[in-house]
Every structure is written in C-alpha cells, then in structure tokens.
Design a binder for this molecule. Structure first.
Ligand code: ZN
Length: 455
C-alpha cells in the first residue's frame, strides 16, 4: 500500500455473513420471475428498444453469489439448485443510487427552504451527531437497512466530516457484502466549527480510511468534497492530490445545483471560468468523478465533463423539493455526458429509486420533454454501473455479474392492478409501474445472492 496504516482504534468487521439463506445447496440458487435488464443504452425517444432485455417467466441462475445463466420457466433447474418462485413478479438488477447522504435520513422532508439555508437550518445540526461512535454506527446500520428495503443494493454515499462516520459506513456495508463507495466529507470553511476539518487532519483521515477500506471486497473510497464553497483552495488541492495518487479512487461532490450556490462559488473562486472549472483546476474532474446535480452548466462545461469521462448524478426529487431547477438531461446526452440517477436524500424526499425515476419524468415533462421508462431505468441500473466503471459487477443480469437482484410486485392495490392489466405494450406496463410503484412493491432484495431484505 501507498501509506502507513495508522488507525488501529476501531474494530474491523467480519466478512459478509450469510443471512437467511444459509441453507443454499452448493451455493446454487435459482430465482423464477420476469427478468428485465439492459444490454446497452436505449435511445432518448425509443419506447421499443433493442437495448431492453425482457425475459418473462425465466429462471435466473446464481452460483456462489454470481449470475451464471438463465433458462425458461418451464425448464426447472435440477435438485442441485435451491429454487425460489417469484412467478408473476418483476426481477430487476438492484438499483444504484449515485448520490445520497446517510446522516440526512434525520432531515428528510424538512419544510421551507432552499439549498444554502436548508444546509444551515437542518442538515448541519443533524450531521454534528455523527461525531459520536455509537451514533455513527447506529446511523450507518439504519441507513443501509433502509437502502435495501427500497431495493437499492449499491450506492455512492456522503456520511459526515467525521472519520468515524465513513468508517462505520464501510464496516456496515462490508458486513452485508454491499457495493459501496464513500469517504469522509471534506469541509474546512463556511460551515459550523464542529463540522470543519483542516487540510493536514483531513488528509490524514482520508489516507487512514483508504488504507483500511479502499478496494477491500466491494468497497471503494471516494474523495468527498462537500462542494467548492465549503473547501479552501488548499483543501481542493489536497483532494486533487489524493485523486491522482491513489489508484481507483473516486471523487464525489456537488456541482451547480442552484443559482445562488453558483454565484457563491464564483465569488469565492473569481479566477475560474465556471463552477466546474474550480474542480477541474484542482484535478477533480476525471473518469471516476461523480458530480451531483449539474443543472446550471453551459456547453463548455458539458464538453469538459464528456472529455473527462465524468458523470452527472441527476437528483430530480431533490431538485423539485428544493426548487433548484430543471436538469437538461437531453443536453447532457447530446453532449455525450454520462447521467446516472440519484435520490439525494435528504434534499430528495425518498430513498426509492422508483420515485426518483418518476420525478425524473416530471422534471423532463416540465421542460417539454418525455423521458422513457427505459432511459430512467437504465440510468438507475446499467447506465450508472457503466458511469462508475462497474458494469462487470453490477447493473445487469449479464453472466459473471454479482447477483444483486430485487424482486418487485408489478402492482400493489386495485388501481395499479387494473392499470397494468390493460397495458398494451411492455413500455406502457413498465412506465405505469415506474409512476405508480414505490418501496412497498419490493418483495426481496438479494445482495450477492443472499436475501438481505424480505418483506
Ligand atoms: Zn447532495
């Protein structure tokens, strides 16, 4: 490793423990249901798309936590497989939430403010609690249980400025075998004293956490800059140094969410051409950069994101709730920028990626565009995986992928049942599901072939 290990204080977790499914025969599990995933990116307007792979009533075959094949429902796998019947239900790859804040479950749905005063009034006080070991641990457990109960099996997460908050999140994800990307939040100015770090201390904390967790199992470290206004130029420079010296490390931050925030960033970094340019100058825009929101961008910014191979984590629920603006998905697509979907809880009002997709549709509708169910679903699964460079592991049912699989009811309640029963095409059916379903439709969530949530 690059760095000396200096963090012996906190207990390391045991490796992922079997849970509920210890009776698996030879590690073989077969799930029966309607399999839906993607083999490539659907076009913007396509309601019939060759990128969609729909295999109604099939068995998905899983061995030692990985997908090994698929066969028709009538052709039952032999007795060497433990069979689980989910006939008539929808099986999707586990959702990927590319931007979410674990401590903000405590401030979700807080009334009456826009981004900058929402941070002051609600978010910062809630984040202070995570300095405490027990709060950090309980918060991490609560958060990951909630993610799984919403059908999200992978996530890019912001804990708090406290090292322990990231440490406990990594530990909780490791014990569940989840794909998780996180890192301690960097903020050394424009925040309450109790939530501020300093450059040497933050760098030490990052290095310790990288040593301890980065690329261990399904975990990866993300250099996590809250946003440009809350980091000094010296801290951004330190973050850029980590990004360029630690192989495989991600970078996550917020970008151009509201106009007030853009004005603040510009006043603090007058030498930069744009808000994005602040990050680019610090070496923070590269293929593993995850930039949340990206609403207030121009063509030059989009070209920079495309050339860098960075992604925008589009957070429609949060954008609607905080009144931040309407993301121009089509412009990002036309410019060749990767777009993933994110709940951005607590700015977003639900951890459900289904509700997030539905809000994504509403945002595009407000701008006179129609988002297909395929574009939305792709951005929450394979598209997100590809943007993270993790498509060999997550986001689809391709052979060799890790078996992160969620089982959904097509309809809950008489109205949804009726609506889906009269759908004339697959897109119509999936679109109605996307607009009407939520976490109450979730039946089971498997992580690496192990049921980690059952209704
Ligand atoms: Zn956010």
């Amino acid at each position: 490793m690059l760095f000396e290990y200096t963090h012996p204080t906190f207990p390391l977790p045991t490796e992922a423990q079997p849970f509920m499914d210890s009776e698996d025969k030879n590690g073989r599990l077969a799930l029966r249901g309607d399999l839906l995933d993607f083999t490539s990116m659907p076009g913007w307007d396509e309601v019939e798309s060759a990128a969609v792979r729909y295999r109604p009533d099939h068995w998905l075959l899983i061995e030692d936590g990985c997908i090994v094949g698929c066969q028709h429902g009538a052709q039952a796998p032999d007795a060497s497989w433990r069979r689980e019947e989910h006939r008539g239900k929808l099986l999707l790859p586990g959702f990927i939430d590319s931007h979410v804040h674990s401590p903000q479950l405590d401030v979700i749905a807080s009334h009456g403010s826009t981004l900058l005063d929402w941070l002051e009034t609600y978010t910062f006080p809630a984040e202070m609690r995570f300095a405490d070991w027990e709060e950090a641990e309980a918060g991490a457990e609560r958060f990951l249980e909630a993610l799984l109960a919403h059908g999200t099996t992978s996530a890019c997460v912001y804990p708090t400025v406290h090292k322990i908050s990231a440490d406990r999140l990594f530990a909780s994800a490791a014990s569940r075998g989840m794909r998780l990307i996180t890192g301690k939040v960097l903020m050394d100015r424009h925040a309450p004293q109790a939530l501020r770090d300093d450059v040497p201390g933050a760098e030490r904390d990052c290095i310790d956490l990288i040593e301890r967790w980065h690329q261990r199992g399904r975990l990866a470290y993300a250099v996590t800059v809250r946003f440009a206004p809350s980091s000094t130029p010296a801290q951004l420079e330190m973050a850029g140094r980590l990004c360029s010296t630690v192989p495989g490390v991600y970078m996550q931050t917020h970008l151009a969410e509201t106009q007030d925030e853009v004005a603040l960033a510009r006043s603090l970094f007058p030498q930069s051409r744009s808000y994005l340019d602040v990050y680019a100058r610090a070496g923070l825009v590269y293929p593993r950069s995850i930039l949340a929101h990206g609403i207030w961008l121009d063509a030059e910014d989009r070209a920079l994101l495309r050339d860098a191979g960075a992604q925008i984590a589009h957070s429609p629920s949060s954008n609607l709730f905080l009144g931040s603006g309407l993301f121009d998905w089509r412009a990002a697509l036309d410019a060749g920028v990767a777009v993933s979907l994110a709940s951005d809880v607590g700015g977003g009002t639900s951890l459900s990626m289904i509700r997030t997709m539905a809000d994504g549709y509403r945002v595009q509708a407000m701008a006179g565009r129609s988002l297909t169910a395929w574009k939305a679903l792709h951005a929450a699964t394979l598209g997100s995986a590809e943007a993270l460079g993790l498509q060999a592991e997550i986001g689809s049912f391709a052979e060799g992928s890790t078996a992160d699989v969620c089982v959904w009811d097509w309809a809950v309640g008489a109205v949804a049942e009726r609506r889906l029963s009269v759908a004339r095409s697959l897109h119509e059916r999936v679109f109605a599901w996307m607009m009407m379903a939520d976490e109450r439709n979730l039946s089971v969530a498997y992580v690496a072939g192990v049921a980690r949530y059952r209704r």
